[in-house]
Design a protein around this ligand. Sequence first.
Ligand SMILES: Cc1ncc(COP(=O)(O)O)c(C=O)c1O
Length: 365
Amino acid sequence: MAESDGIEKLIRPNLAGFTGYSASTSPDTLAGKVDMPLDNIIKMNANENPYGCSPKVLQALADCPHFHIYPDDGQQELRKLLAGYVGVGAESIVVGHGSNTLIDLIVRLFVEPGSEVINCVPTFDIYRFSTEICGGTVVNLIRDDNFAIDVQEVKTAISDNTRLIFLATPNNPTGNVIPRQDIVEIIETGVPVVVDEAYYEFNGETVVPLTGRYKNLMVLRSFSKWAGLAGLRVGYGIFPPRIADYLMAIKIPHNVSVAAEIAVRASLSDLDYLQSRVKDIVAERERLFGELKQVSWLKPYPSQANFIYCEVLKGGADELYKELQRKGILVRYFDKPLLKNSIRISVGKPEHTDALMKALRELED
Ligand SMILES: Cc1ncc(COP(=O)(O)O)c(C=O)c1O
């Protein structure tokens, strides 16, 4: 952080020592650090879709003459389209600039200083990020050795101050799901529960059908992964209509761009194409898992998402990350108390798996 110039006295005290979210490396930041053109870099570090978006999205964007006009702040068409895709009423849908911003919006609706938010760690760090920014306290419950959550522990952690419980399924970065019965038991506590299904299309398990029954259930989805729109930023949530009304009221105006609107429309008109790419990614995930299991010094964990979490049993994960980066392959690495010496590999195309395995074998020699 820059040297103090007195500004610290004026910013909110709870943000003075705030730890930000550590985002994945982008190829642009590697100029001069790798011995290859940046276009050749194999990006397996941010759970993006290696096939990109639907060609219909590219065409629709190229054909759009309306980028000088603000998007519909009420999201009327988008909400209807997404409601049709999900199978709920349009009044239940709220769309965001990526599902990250919906996490932030939900936290802003429920959390104030003194509020507690239950978080099952290790998990997606934005739950902590947004809670702390709002001055709330994160109550971290540690998952077991296979990253499963303990429902009893969640129930015991609920206090009068609990305002939200976050459940990611599949979980990032570990890839495992939470059994539906466990989710139901947690919802039945009556505390507002956010089930984050950012990777839903890769496993097909959802609690959306329960949203009509429970007034405290919110489900989040993303277009970043399955639909290849990470760069355009589109996520949405399925909410009890009353909560959706509040979220629509407090969101920043025009929070979804015209380009994102067009991209959603075109993606939903090309579902067969996108779903067949998802199938390719799921098949490749299984092949990659089998290949990684052959590497004696890695311990891959089974995944229902589009990435695989691996413990590094010999040598440092940071060294492995750097070696792979030198060879033009980006992965995510962790070395913190709950994610010790490990990497997360996003599933790519078959040729990306081949290049990664070749690099790992070379490192073994
Ligand atoms: C569990 C989880 N939720 C939400 C997101 C955010 O996705 P988006 O790109 O829609 O903001 C991610 C992205 O990595 C994620 O892993």
